[in-house]
Design a protein around this ligand. Structure first.
Ligand code: CMP
Length: 424
């Protein structure tokens, strides 16, 4: 566990402790006799608050630039929270004899809010669950405070236990906040009516927040699905305005569905273009590393070569029976097969030269020999390929002799076999 994760775990503990205090203090002010058995917990939390001061200091004092360049510690436990930490920790009610001053300890909630904001921005992957978790935290605390307020207004029913009183009060808050209002518990005095209106208005705010944010999060789609929807809309517009044969419509439809299933529908290349060169190189390498390992040509290539090539491979998807290129075409690229099956045939599609599947490469002969394509390439299944442009191919031949040697050997052997098959 590194320093940042220890500090994050500590902050979660502080968050829970603060919630405990935010629950306890209002009840202790309203009905001290009902909660006095928890006073030990109150002082334990106080100790946590005291410990929080040196811990925040420890987390933020050294390496203020941080290894990751962001320095999470400095942002959350920044010294600007020092005053807040001190106010929350000092037992001011003991010093002054005024029990209401305990409420000042709840300033710690401001720091908690900052902690949550920071993690929402930082933990991109867990953004949705965190948003919901934090939302529950605040709604639970608000409901508790409103329940405590309602209890203070109507007073305790002596024939019921404190727990039953509290549950009834919480029930009233929840039904009022959610605008359900069964009417089984109703205000009787002017003060209670005013308080009810206040809770109803807060309820509108909470519902508005749920509709605007939480519901939005829950229904938000991933980029591949959004792209799939856009593509399908475009297809149906094209069919409507220009008319397309059913067969072609199905082909396009299958193509997009395949892309969506493979989660490759959104444009990775566009995203990478938005990053500075070195970062784009790193991300690209990370994304392609797994697939590059599958390609036999790259298996014992140098890291320098892998780094370079990762940047220049662009994805190509083919549907069954797609023709990638034809015999006699100019060769502008070579291809690597990630998955699928392709077949090289003569231009009349009578002779079959070779088939290619996962990990193979082809299309190198035209580039190496600077001649037109020796065969027509047809995809038999859905195929995922990586394309390497001629310009980069030429660079590789010049700068990476070990890989170049392998390509040349393969191209010559294939060329020989090709001639034999062609003559038959
Ligand atoms: P190119 O000529 O650029 O385009 C067709 C490709 O099919 C060719 O490069 C080779 O990569 C591949 N190819 C052609 N003939 C054969 C063969 N007999 N065996 C293996 N691969 C071949």
């Amino acid at each position: 566990m590194n320093k940042a994760s220890i500090f994050a775990a500590w902050n979660v503990l502080v968050m829970l402790a603060t919630a405990g205090l935010a629950v306890y203090i209002p009840l202790d002010i309203i009905v001290p006799e009902a909660v006095n058995q928890f006073s030990l917990l109150y002082w334990a939390i106080n100790l946590i608050f005291f410990a929080d001061i040196p811990i925040c200091y420890w987390a933020t004092n050294e390496d203020s630039a941080g290894n990751d360049g962001i320095n999470s510690n400095a942002l959350i436990g920044h010294r600007r929270w020092l005053l807040t930490d001190i106010v929350a920790a000092v037992p001011i009610e003991v010093l002054t004899g005024n029990p209401y001053l305990r409420l000042l300890r709840l300033v710690k909630l401001l720091k908690i809010r900052n902690f949550m904001r920071f993690y929402l921005k930082r933990e991109v992957k867990y953004n949705y669950p965190l948003t919901i978790l934090f939302f529950i935290y605040w709604v639970a605390l608000c409901s508790h405070w409103l329940s405590a307020g309602w209890l203070a207004m109507i007073g305790l029913q002596s024939e019921l236990s404190f727990a039953s009183n509290y549950i009834r009060s919480l029930y009233w808050v929840v039904t009022t906040l959610t605008s359900v209002g069964y009417g089984d518990i109703v205000p009787t005095t002017d003060g209670e009516y005013l308080y009810s209106m206040f809770v109803q208005i807060i309820g509108i705010g909470v519902l508005g927040y749920i509709v605007g944010n939480v519901a939005g999060f829950l229904t938000r789609k991933d980029p591949a699905t959004v792209k799939y929807g856009e593509n399908m809309d475009r297809l149906s517009a094209l069919v409507r305005y220009r008319g397309l044969p059913k067969e072609l419509q199905d082909k396009i439809n299958f193509y997009y569905t395949y892309q969506w299933k493979k989660r490759s529908g959104y444009d990775e290349a566009k995203f990478l273009k938005g990053l500075p060169d070195n970062l784009s190189r790193e991300v690209s390498l990370h994304l392609k590393n797994e697939v590059l390992e599958k390609i036999f040509l790259f298996q014992d290539a140098s890291q320098e070569f892998i780094d370079e090539i990762a940047l220049h491979l662009s994805p190509v998807v083919l549907t069954p029976n797609d023709v990638l290129f034809r015999e006699g075409d100019d060769g502008d690229a070579m291809y690597f097969v990630l998955s699928g099956e392709l077949v090289a045939v003569d231009k009349h599609q009578e002779k079959e030269f070779a088939t290619f599947s996962d990990g193979d490469f082809f299309g190198e002969m035209a580039l190496f020999k600077k001649e037109p394509r020796s065969a027509t390439m047809i995809s038999k299944t859905y195929s995922d390929l990586y394309k390497l442009d001629k310009k980069i191919f030429d660079r590789i031949m010049e700068h990476y002799p070990r890989v170049a040697k392998k390509i040349v050997a393969k191209a010559m052997a294939r060329d020989k076999e090709h001639r034999n098959t062609a003559q038959r």
